[in-house]
Design a protein around this ligand. Structure first.
Ligand SMILES: Cc1cc2nc3c(=O)[nH]c(=O)nc-3n(C[C@H](O)[C@H](O)[C@H](O)COP(=O)(O)OP(=O)(O)OC[C@H]3O[C@@H](n4cnc5c(N)ncnc54)[C@H](O)[C@@H]3O)c2cc1C
Ligand SMILES: *[C@@H]1O[C@H](CO)[C@@H](O)[C@H](O)[C@H]1NC(C)=O
Ligand SMILES: *[C@@H]1O[C@H](CO)[C@@H](O)[C@H](O)[C@H]1NC(C)=O
Ligand SMILES: *[C@@H]1O[C@H](CO)[C@@H](O)[C@H](O)[C@H]1NC(C)=O
Ligand SMILES: *[C@@H]1O[C@H](CO)[C@@H](O)[C@H](O)[C@H]1NC(C)=O
Ligand SMILES: *[C@@H]1O[C@H](CO)[C@@H](O)[C@H](O)[C@H]1NC(C)=O
Ligand SMILES: *[C@@H]1O[C@H](CO)[C@@H](O)[C@H](O)[C@H]1NC(C)=O
Ligand SMILES: *[C@@H]1O[C@H](CO)[C@@H](O)[C@H](O)[C@H]1NC(C)=O
Ligand SMILES: *[C@@H]1O[C@H](CO)[C@@H](O)[C@H](O)[C@H]1NC(C)=O
Length: 621
């Protein structure tokens, strides 16, 4: 055979194998190995050992009721922290928590800096880009806010973790998990801090902060045995929606992710399911995952995909964040870009009268099923404004539809408004592709009020299938609004291929996800606070549950006090999730409030309120 033919054959082979599959990011190549740990001096090795690597664990935890926190004698010494620091990719990534607002307090307070911070407090970036801040500060315990916003006269650490590893490599994550486990500390994971229940905080914890893991890679032709061949994106755990969408747009594709600009896509969002402006076409974000890279509770780095660790793969697609390990990157399918048409409008009962207002709102509600079956998503608010009410559509989002098509879909609603003599001039915009539509239609969301607490429910399609069902469901929601509740409603269905994963089955049959909440004054007594919480969770929400029996709630946007949360968040998937959790994490290294397998522990909060400001202790021990 001539060398010419050989090189030709060789070239053909190269072409054949040029389809792409799993690769690691450079930061994932930096791994901690058992060999490395074994090569360390004995004391250091005991701190950083993998689970089960040596016979002797650093701490005998058999009768320790609570995780060690900084007030314990057994809390790691500075010497031990320094041993950890030496194993990290850089010494400065081990951070001792300083609450941002501490500059407003004490002998060294900085008034100008404090005022600047207070002005920036509602900006979500102020919290996202900080190692420990969370966007639901009520669950941190509100122990250190700028005093012009919330003044208790001093600043303490409260529910913020004590130390943070700003992860730059997989080895950093492994060191953090091993160190926390071996020292019987509480471990938490923070990405952006968006979690509605404060699950990215935790008093006295060591936190692993994934926000800096921003690598992102495009595969034009990714091959996954046995199911998928096409474009894919692999993204680091820290990549946020605004970064993903921009990256995808530059490559002419789209990806299924959330509406909020700053939400982390590849942490709690996708692990908890993830709804999207594209959900009525493509389902949940978790439905599109091809693989995860993850560090497990025992400290091991592995892949969970369709051919490796299939149980873990299933559990990570909907089972929730902070439970099975720390994800370092996720590979998802990407799709061809498409045009979008969006519409926004408002109705105000002070202008059209209450009867017409409610009739118009009901008319939109009556379209619930046809909207989603036409592939659209809508995001609307219904707010009491003193004696009146406003309805704000922001936006009605119709991917792959023209303005004409949008007008047809909303035709029955617009006709109803005309017949009610309600003037309406929706702002309708056609976009050539997804990215500009998303950018223009979803503004940056501010941090919610410092003492806001939310609750939510998924409303099944069957509620909307008959006029009786629509009337009953609507009347319950109307009564809540008339009693002072605001609604944030998402009309979407999570259609698509409905793969077998651990996403809440209630999502598959619902056409509405509706959030409501209360603002509790933390100057009120605990009794008053808890009766306001009960009025929401057991009052308003019980009425919602009564009209949606057997449905559930979206764990990522749920009530911290959700009753019967295992059924509500996972339905009949819970039993298998719990089995996988027990198998993977028999020492409960990962624990988050109302996460899979969290039943054995609870936060004993110092102030007696539901939050992260207290020791994490075994239940009933
Ligand atoms: C303004 C706003 C808009 C939103 N929009 C949407 C939306 O459009 N669709 C939707 O579905 N949801 C939306 N959400 C809810 C969102 O899904 C949750 O807040 C989710 O928890 C965010 O994940 P995160 O990683 O950014 O947040 P974090 O609070 O940092 O983490 C959330 C949970 O996941 C864990 N976690 C984080 N990273 C990892 C990791 N790498 N490995 C393992 N565990 C991890 C944390 O420990 C915590 O338990 C929105 C929330 C807000 C505040
Ligand atoms: C750990 O402590 C328990 C209870 O004090 C004791 O029974 C057990 O033997 C100890 N285990 C080890 C490995 O020392
Ligand atoms: C805080 O405000 C200043 C001045 O308005 C601005 O320059 C800065 O970027 C803001 N920081 C954040 C995190 O929003
Ligand atoms: C901080 O203020 C609170 C409320 O005024 C008080 O109960 C607490 O003891 C104070 N803590 C410190 C450390 O001063
Ligand atoms: C799954 O991960 C394993 C281990 O990394 C890898 O060998 C395999 O190719 C992956 N499977 C797919 C379908 O990508
Ligand atoms: C699309 O919307 C129109 C108008 O509302 C409705 O008649 C039709 O049934 C919808 N299509 C589907 C598939 O539901
Ligand atoms: C988008 O619309 C085109 C043309 O109407 C159609 O062929 C395509 O299947 C649609 N895409 C999706 C994801 O619905
Ligand atoms: C539904 O409510 C409307 C408006 O209140 C009413 O006219 C209609 O009779 C009700 N239908 C049913 C089946 O209850
Ligand atoms: C709701 O009621 C249940 C059952 O009575 C109770 O256990 C729970 O504490 C209540 N929730 C709130 C927030 O009061």
């Amino acid at each position: 055979m001539s060398s010419h033919i050989v090189s030709l054959l060789f070239a053909t082979t190269i072409l054949l194998v040029s389809v792409q599959s799993r690769t690691l990011f450079p930061y994932e190549e930096h791994q901690l190995t058992r060999e490395h740990v074994a090569s360390l001096p004995e004391e250091d090795a005991a701190l950083l050992a993998f689970e089960g690597q040596f016979e002797i664990q650093a701490v005998n935890t058999t009768d320790k009721r609570c995780r060690y926190d900084p007030s314990d004698k057994k809390w790691p010494s500075e010497k031990a922290w320094n041993k950890l620091r030496r194993q990290l990719s850089a010494p400065e990534i081990l951070i001792t928590t300083t609450p941002q607002a501490s500059l407003c307090y004490g002998n060294t307070k900085n008034d100008a800096g404090c005022q600047q911070l207070a002005r920036n407090w509602s900006n979500s970036y102020t919290h996202i880009d900080d190692p420990t801040e969370v966007l639901s500060p009520i669950y941190q315990g509100l122990t250190c806010q700028p005093p012009s916003i919330y003044d208790i006269g001093n600043c303490t650490l409260g529910g913020y973790p004590a130390r943070v590893i700003k992860a730059k490599t997989v080895s950093d994550i492994q060191c953090g998990i091993n160190f926390a486990r071996n020292d019987y500390m509480r471990l938490v994971v923070k990405n952006t801090g968006h979690d509605f229940a404060g699950k990215s905080a935790g008093y006295g914890a060591l936190s692993i902060w994934t926000h800096g893991l921003k690598d992102i890679q495009f595969f034009e032709d990714y091959v996954d045995e046995p199911g998928y061949r096409g474009p894919a994106i692999k993204a680091g755990a820290g990549v946020q929606a605004f970064e993903l969408y921009k990256f995808a747009n530059e490559r002419g594709v789209i990806a299924v992710a959330g509406e909020g600009q700053t939400v982390g896509v590849f942490g709690g969002y996708i692990l908890g399911g993830g709804h999207s402006p594209l959900s009525s076409l493509y389902g949940m974000a978790a439905d599109h995952v091809l693989g995860f890279e993850v560090v497990t509770p025992i400290g091991e780095f592995l892949t969970a995909n369709s051919t490796s660790n299939a149980d873990l793969f299933w559990a990570l697609k909907g089972g929730g964040g902070g439970t099975f390990g720390v994800v370092s990157s996720v590979t998802i399918k990407a799709y061809k870009d498409m045009p979008v048409t969006a519409a926004s409008w408002q109705l105000d009962s002070s202008k059209i009268g209450k009867d017409k207002f409610w009739a118009a709102t009901k008319a939109f509600f009556d379209q619930a099923i046809s909207n989603v079956d036409n592939g659209t998503y809508s995001y609307w608010l219904l707010l009491p404004t003193g004696p009146d009410f406003i309805f704000i559509m922001q936006p009605f989002f119709a991917p792959n539809k023209t303005a004409n098509q949008l007008n047809t879909i909303l035709g029955p609603y617009f006709s109803k408004l005309t017949s009610l003599n309600i003037p309406i001039s929706p702002k309708i915009t056609e976009y050539k592709s997804f990215y500009p539509a998303w950018q223009a239609e979803f503004p940056l969301e501010p941090m919610s009020g410092v003492s806001g607490a939310v609750s939510s429910r998924l409303f099944p399609r069957s509620n909307f299938a008959s006029e009786t069902g629509r009337n009953i469901t609507f009347n319950v929601l109307r009564q809540s609004v008339e009693a002072g509740q605001s609604l944030i409603a998402f009309n979407m269905a999570t259609r698509g291929s409905n793969p077998d994963n651990s996403v809440n089955p209630a999502w598959r049959t619902s056409v509405y996800h509706i959030i409501t909440g209360i603002s509790v004054s933390y100057k009120a007594s605990n009794t008053d606070i808890m009766s306001a919480r009960a009025a929401l969770t057991n009052g308003t929400m019980q009425k919602w549950r009564d009209v949606t029996p057997g449905s559930g709630a979206y764990l990522n946007e749920a009530d911290r006090l959700e009753p019967n949360w295992q059924q509500s968040f996972w339905g009949d998937k819970y039993a298998r999730l719990l089995e996988i959790k027990r198998e993977m994490d028999h020492r409960d290294v990962f624990w988050a409030h109302h996460a899979v397998g969290s039943e054995g522990w609870k936060v004993e909060s110092f102030d007696g309120l539901p939050n992260e400001n207290g020791k994490l202790c075994k239940v009933g021990a």
